[in-house]
Design a protein around this ligand. Structure first.
Ligand code: GCB
Length: 889
């Protein structure tokens, strides 16, 4: 079987090689993977511990999301058997990796082939000399994603998945070829030194390798073709290539009359086809490179506004991480394509590939779809003051630029993100050490700036800063052309409106400095909903309150060049413990790319076609207390996002009237009834959106009518709908007669910067973290004034005491984290309607810390007593996270 496959593979490659041009074949399938290190050389790859996998692959797709702290960061091995036909002899054979995180040692047939440092740029090696032609060859990769003080990123709010997580391919070319060994770039570069509406000048330059021992005379020709394959410019040059050499070439002043310009609204692409031929009659093409040409020019106006092709264009966009639910960062090209397509379809024209260079497909898609790109290397949060760190950063930036600068979409190159954050939070440094570290950072920034300018003189340089005066004081902010501010007013610090004050002040102080808001946004969980949204409640409602305010403010700042949402999608961050542990939830879409409602707001702002979006696509399970006894109606609000003038809302076929849209939204008070409520929002021309809301009507007097079931998210003001169990946990309240609620105690909250309810800890053994993370501490009792009958009562607890400071995430500037809380041990008795049901419950002793504990009881309620659950402390304070009753049976 193996033999047949090998023959087939040979046939395939031989038939291709008749064409005297390079063949580029992906080599993704059927690798063998070994978790953990082994002694080189690799043998016995058919043993059981070598799993067969396909690339893209990561070894952290599971463990970065499990309940055990940390994820594997160390060495793993990959091996691929590669049949190589005899016909490849005399060609140049290249092994090309789009990216592997983060330190790779590559072996061919047991011998070292090359090394690469850095997890986010491509690299390639010449295999020609070590191959066994007409035989099976073995490629082995030792890959290490362990923390390394000399390799960026050091610490950041995202998971550093290890693996060969991008495509690998083999390139077989004639021995005379464009120099693809130039930092794994195309080896050919397209520049557009002059573009205006009348004409454009294109320049093509690069270098050609002659891997033969013979001198060659060649012709290099570039033809620029338009979308109809018409040649619009053409030039050639002759070159003499010494044996075993690399020779530079340049073809200048390819002139295009009345060019069609590239713009997000019409991303017109020409193609530059550059060929190498021997200087002889009817000589075959030895190598060919086809590159996109987008003709555009850009600048900033006097006031800092961005201009594309001579006209103002506000950059409206999103940041994007490269991972996906259940896959880690091992995404095939289709995932990348879909993300950027979705970003484009939301009305954005700009993206930031925070915090690292992304897959080649990403830049290709941005050219094609019309998205302007800010691309950067992962120097995030801090640097190491070492020569090795500086060299690795500089190499990364060089590779990054050479690999991406052919893309007309790329206009900004970044090289640092919030690089003083680590210093600010490192309390162990003396003043002198701090000063030294600051100087080293400024020094590295200057080197990276100089390199970036040298490698990409036509691009703008940019740096993302956090909200701290240290960037201005240290002079760091003066180094790049453009400054990006990552601003979390209304999340990590108050208030949403301070955004304008901050930016207006910056503009007044630095009027010549172009500015972009490079990050903003709150965390949101589509299972959580709030009637009165506040920071850190993780409700979708707070998410759109913040985004609506930011949008309104930023669209009114002519001096602000643009902005980019943090983040397009939720992403993996192993050390985060929000309502979905290990995930940063600031996405406009979920980790699986299903949309959060806030997407409707962005569409309403930035699309020209009609947008009607009811902001309740997840808040479809609601509960409320009827307006007054017996009405069976509860008023609840519904928001609609739209770019139209008026919206009519229709409930179960009956109109609730038409209302004017203001700032892209309109609110209705809707009289909900028990059960299914069909809501339709319609604009003047009939475009509509529809949602069905299942409403649970809670009787005004619980004692008279009773309920089938009621679940309370104790200690919380938000509701939580668990799609798995289909239980809606409603917000908590203090007890008042004839209803329900807690007596005694206080909802747990921290209060350093903002009042933040609950704890930021992963609660073990549950996915209903929001129920367990919030609680009332010191509770005396919980009462439900329900009628007589049999009920099942469920109590939910967890013990949050942590006496040791956890591995803190410095990006998470919140104090929701109970890292250093000093709560004492606790022990309490529980009695239901006077009957002791649990004695001396000690959660820590009996179940361990931070474990979800639920206790169920079946009880008979008689004589109109309702249900009263008493909590009596014997040590410390009592606590309750959730409570649920349901009539039983
Ligand atoms: C930031 C960082 C980004 C984080 C983000 C957050 O400022 O640049 O990497 O993920 O904040 O969500 O805290």
């Amino acid at each position: 079987m193996k033999k047949i496959l090998m023959i087939l593979f040979f046939v395939l490659l031989c038939s291709n090689s008749i064409m005297a041009q390079r063949i580029n074949t992906t080599m993704n399938a059927g690798w063998r993977f070994h978790e953990g290190d082994i002694q080189a050389p690799v043998t016995n790859i058919h043993a059981e511990e070598w799993r067969i996998i396909n690339l893209p692959h990561t070894w952290n797709d599971q463990d970065a999301f499990d309940e055990t702290p940390d994820y594997y960061r160390g060495v793993c091995w990959y091996v691929k058997e590669l049949p190589v036909p005899q016909e490849w002899k005399g060609k140049t054979v290249v092994l090309y990796f789009e990216g592997a995180n983060q330190k790779a040692e590559v072996f061919l047939n047991g011998k070292p082939l090359g090394n690469h440092v850095g997890g986010y740029t491509a690299f390639s090696f010449d295999m020609s000399k070590g191959l066994k032609y007409g035989d099976m060859n073995t490629v082995a990769v030792k890959l290490d994603n362990a923390h390394d003080e000399n390799i960026p990123p050091l610490r950041a709010d995202f998971t550093f998945y290890g693996g060969i997580y991008r495509n690998v391919s083999v390139i077989v070319s004639e021995p005379i070829h464009f120099d693809f060994f130039n930092n794994a770039s195309d080896g050919v570069f397209v520049e557009t030194p002059s573009v205006n509406e009348q004409n454009a000048l294109v320049k093509v330059l690069g270098s050609i390798a002659n891997d033969t021992a013979i001198r060659k005379n060649v012709i290099i020709e570039t033809a620029i073709i338009d979308k109809n394959n018409q040649v619009v410019a053409k030039k050639a040059t002759k070159l003499r290539l010494p044996p075993n050499s690399k020779t530079d070439f340049s073809i200048e002043k390819l002139k295009i009359q009345s060019p069609k310009l590239w713009h997000p609204d019409h991303p017109y692409l020409y193609q530059a086809i550059t060929q190498i031929k021997e200087d002889a009659q009817a000589a075959p093409v030895l190598d060919q490179m086809v590159l996109p040409v987008g003709l555009r020019w850009y600048e900033f106006d006097q006031a800092g506004g961005f201009m594309l092709n001579g006209k103002p264009l506000k950059l409206v966009g999103a940041n994007r991480h490269q991972d996906f639910e259940d896959l880690g960062n091992a995404l095939s090209d289709a995932y990348h394509f879909n993300d950027y397509k979705k970003i484009k379809e939301m009305g954005f024209n700009f993206i930031r590939t925070a915090h690292y260079p992304q897959a080649p497909e990403v830049y290709r898609v941005c050219d094609e779809l019309g998205l302007l790109v800010w691309s950067e290397i992962p120097v995030v949060s801090s640097i190491t003051d070492s020569e090795a760190f500086a060299q690795n950063s500089l190499n990364m930036q060089r590779e990054h630029i050479r690999q991406t600068r052919n893309h007309p979409s790329v206009i900004f190159y970044g090289y640092m993100n919030e690089v003083l954050l680590g210093l600010q939070y490192n309390r162990s440094l003396s003043d002198t050490e701090r000063q030294q570290a600051l100087m080293a950072t400024v020094d590295l920034a200057k080197k990276l700036e100089a390199l970036t300018k040298m490698e990409a003189p036509d691009h703008y340089t940019v740096m993302a800063l956090h909200n701290s005066p240290s960037y201005n004081e240290s002079g760091l902010a003066d180094i790049p052309d453009v400054v990006g501010w990552n601003l979390y007013f209304g999340w990590y610090y108050q208030n949403i409106d301070d955004l304008t004050t901050f930016l207006a002040e910056q503009h007044a102080t630095y009027p010549k400095r172009p500015m972009i808001v490079s990050e903003y946004g709150p965390g949101a969980d589509v299972r959580i909903h709030a009637k009165t949204p506040v920071p850190w409640d993780f409700s979708e409602e707070y998410q759109y309150v913040l985004h609506a305010s930011y949008l309104k403010q930023m669209m009114n700042m002519p001096y602000l060049a643009g902005f980019a949402v943090w983040n397009f999608a939720d992403f993996g961050s192993e050390r985060r413990n929000d309502t979905i542990p290990f995930v940063n939830q600031k996405g406009l879409v979920n980790f699986d790319r299903t949309e959060k409602d806030v997407c409707g707001l962005y569409r309403a702002y930035f699309l020209s076609e009609s947008v009607v979006h009811i902001a309740s696509h997840h808040n479809t399970h609601r509960a409320g207390i009827e307006q007054s006894a017996g009405t069976g109606i509860c008023l609840d609000s519904i928001k609609v996002f739209s770019n139209q003038k008026t919206i009519e809302l229709i409930l179960n076929g009956k109109t609730l009237g038409q209302k004017p849209v203001k700032d892209h939204e309109v609110n209705f008070e809707v009289p909900f009834k028990e059960g299914k409520n069909v809501l339709k929002a319609v604009d003047e021309s009939g475009h509509l959106d529809q949602v069905v809301i299942n409403y649970t009507m809670i009787p005004f007097h619980l004692d008279a009518v009773g309920v089938k079931a009621l679940a309370i998210n104790v200690g919380s003001d938000v509701s939580f709908y668990d799609p798995k169990t289909k239980v809606l946990w409603i917000p908590d309240r203090k007890y008042t007669p004839k209803t329900w609620g807690y007596v005694g105690g206080e909802p747990y909250a921290t209060q350093r910067r903002q009042r933040i309810t609950g704890i930021s800890q992963n609660v073990l053994g549950t996915e209903m973290d929001p129920v367990f993370q919030t609680f009332v501490e010191g509770i005396k009792n919980y009462r439900f004034d329900v009628p007589d009958g049999q009920y099942k009562l469920t109590l939910c607890f967890q013990e949050y005491i942590t006496r040791t400071r956890q591995n803190e995430l410095i990006n998470n500037l919140s104090t929701r984290d109970s890292a250093e809380n000093t709560a004492e041990a606790r022990e309490f008795d529980i009695a239901i309607n006077g009957k002791n049901v649990v004695k001396k419950l000690n959660l820590e002793r009996d179940y361990g810390r931070l474990r979800a504990v639920t206790l169920d009881f079946v009880i008979d309620v008689e004589n109109g007593t309702g249900i009263q659950t008493d909590f009596s402390p014997t040590i410390g304070k009592t606590l309750l996270s959730g409570i649920r009753i349901s009539s039983h049976p």
